[in-house]
Design a protein around this ligand. Structure first.
Ligand code: SF4
Length: 76
């Protein structure tokens, strides 16, 4: 499952749910790419606190609730 930890949060895309619709990429093209009918976190993507509103839009727009952006105890 693609994931990115940053800013005390964890961004994930659940490939068991993702249909490859591409809505996440359309909303946040710097953060998501679609490949092989699944969404992936773009290589080199950076997520900061300023992206929280954008990621909330992505979460709400994903038809299968595959995107999660949530606080994480771990941080890299
Ligand atoms: S919007 Fe959701 S279902 Fe569509 S590609 Fe993105 S993660 Fe997958």
């Amino acid at each position: 499952m693609p994931e990115l930890r940053a800013g005390g949060h964890r961004l994930t895309v659940d490939h068991d749910l993702c249909s490859g619709s591409g809505r996440c990429r359309d909303i946040a093209p710097d953060l998501f790419v679609v490949r092989d009918d699944r969404s992936w976190i773009a290589e080199g993507a950076q997520v900061t606190d300023a992206d929280e509103d954008l990621l909330r839009q992505v979460e709400a727009a994903c038809p299968w609730f595959a995107v999660s952006y949530a606080p994480s105890a771990e941080n890299v």
